[in-house]
Design a protein around this ligand. Structure first.
Ligand code: ADP
Length: 483
């Protein structure tokens, strides 16, 4: 059997409409049958009171103890005057009468067959639970008088009184049945419309309210899944639409925020070195740098600052290109340990010069290949090592590079023993332009180094994150997929 919820709305509406007619019809038919059945039962033991009284009176007049005419003169049964009179009396209650002496019919209000008469006699002799007899679709109750004639023979009078089942009654029953039908019709209609109002109208009204809220810009107004199956699906779709809309609005706002932040950061970060360049040049022009050594010192500083500006602009351009996915990657398979080894060998002279001890530990059991864009990866590693050197406050500084693997990835950990990153800053250091308060002051940087590293690593389908070791230093971990 098909579940109701599997049917579509149209079918269910059709079914409900049919039910509003079929259910009242069935109920009315059922009640009508019950009424007829009960009525029929009652008719076997009772019949119209009025007819019964009349019949009793006639019976008493005929066979009452002393007064009964038949007790006194039973032969009167043969008198045609008596016969006519009796017939008249019985026909007044719509009944029939048959007069017999033994088996000989003296008079009959209507032709009856022998069999009918026998049935009447038999029924008349029953004392309890008398059956009704039906002639020509009319039910009759039977009264029988049997008396001995003075001469030989038995006189018998059969009186049939109709059970009162008049047309008037039929009309009453018809009205009753129509009333029953109408009541059931109203009741089923009420129930069906209540159900549909609960499952369709109300949820639709709620949807309308939600749509109005969304139109007003309230994208937090949740749409509950309720009502009929189709309506539920509609609610679900609209809720998904609301979530998407909210997301897109949120992303747009975030982009806008980012752009504003980008502009203000760029202006701020560029302004600082440019201002000092301007200051030093003014110093030279105004003659503050009055000796060749001073002038040289000033110019050196100007050169340094100009380089910084240049570096920042380069970073910015690179970051913008990476962000827009404008730079294609040039991937090739590389033995990661070999690649790292080469890169670190290049860094060694500078590290040595700065008095930093470097330690490379390769924990890979055998050579492992990964997809690398070598130049980009060099940029990532340079940025990380530059940071390690920039934020180093120990002597001797230490840099420990460890290469490990898990089942699916290769991890490169670059750990320094610098002053570390504050726990609350760790989630943000890969954001563009993020610079912790500690580094904002003295140490130069664009705040883009780690953001660029993250872009490039993600371009390699890898991950990059930081682990703080309190004031003992920082680890930056790069995780790359094995090929
Ligand atoms: P910056 O140009 O400021 O170095 P980065 O994106 O490279 O920009 O780094 C973001 C911030 O993360 C830095 O300003 C610094 O506060 C923090 N940071 C990065 N690496 C280290 C590290 N090795 N030790 C301590 N702090 C670090």
């Amino acid at each position: 059997m098909r579940d109701e919820s599997e049917m579509n709305l149209t079918k269910r509406l059709l079914l409900a409409n049919a039910a509003t007619v079929i259910i009242p019809l069935i109920m009315t038919a059922f009640i009508a049958l019950a009424v007829i059945f009960i009525q029929g039962k009652m008719n076997t033991s009772e019949f119209s009171l009025e007819n019964y009284q009349r019949l009793s009176e006639i019976r008493f007049a005929l066979a009452g103890d002393q007064t009964g005419v038949l007790n006194r003169t039973p032969e009167i049964i043969e008198d045609p005057g008596f016969q006519t009179h009796l017939r008249q009396q019985i026909s007044d209650i719509g009944g029939e009468v048959i007069l017999l002496i033994d088996d000989r019919i003296l008079s009959s209000s209507r032709p009856f067959t022998r069999i009918d008469i026998e049935k009447c006699l038999e029924t008349g002799r029953q004392t309890e639970n008398k059956n009704l007899l039906v002639f020509d679709n009319v039910s009759y109750t039977v009264e029988l008088l049997e008396f001995r004639l003075n001469k030989d023979g038995m006189g018998k009078i059969i009186m049939l009184a109709p059970v009162d089942w008049s047309g008037n009654d039929l009309e009453k029953y018809l009205i009753l049945f129509v009333l029953i039908f109408v009541s059931f019709f109203i009741l089923t209609n009420f129930l069906v419309s209540r159900r549909y109002s609960k499952n369709i109208t109300l949820p639709l009204r709620n949807l309308q309210k939600a749509a109005a809220e969304i139109r007003k810009g309230n994208l937090d107004y949740q749409i509950a899944e309720e009502g009929d199956r189709e309506i539920q699906a509609l609610c679900r779709d609209l809720e998904l639409m609301r979530i998407k809309l909210k997301e897109s609005v949120y992303t747009r706002l975030k982009y806008e925020d980012n752009r504003k932040m980008l502009i203000s950061s760029i202006s701020h970060d560029l302004k600082t070195p440019v201002t000092s360049i301007k200051g030093y040049i003014e110093g030279i022009l105004d003659g503050v740098a009055n000796t060749p050594e001073k002038t040289r010192k000033y110019l050196n500083t100007v050169q340094l600052k100009a380089e910084q500006v240049n570096q920042m602009i380069d970073d910015l351009l690179l970051y913008a290109k990476l962000d827009l996915n404008q730079l294609p990657y040039d991937f090739e398979k590389n033995d990661i340990a070999e690649y790292l080894h080469k890169f670190l060998a290049e860094c060694e002279p500078e590290l040595e010069q700065r008095g930093v001890i470097m330690n490379f530990e390769n924990l890979l059991p055998s050579p492992r290949l990964v997809q690398l864009d070598k130049d980009r990866m060099r940029r990532v590693l340079t940025n990380i090592i530059d940071n390690a050197l920039k934020y180093m406050n120990r002597n001797p500084g230490e840099l420990k590079i460890t290469l490990r693997e898990t089942i699916s990835v290769i991890n490169i950990e670059i750990r320094d023993n610098g002053f570390g990153i504050r726990e609350q800053d760790i989630p943000y250091i890969f954001d563009r332009f993020f610079r912790s308060d500690a580094s904002r002051g003295e140490i130069k940087g664009s705040g883009l180094g780690l953001a660029i590293a993250k872009q490039i690593i993600e371009g390699h389908q890898g991950k990059i994150w930081a682990v703080g070791h309190g004031t003992e230093g920082t680890s930056i971990i790069i995780s790359l997929r094995k090929t």
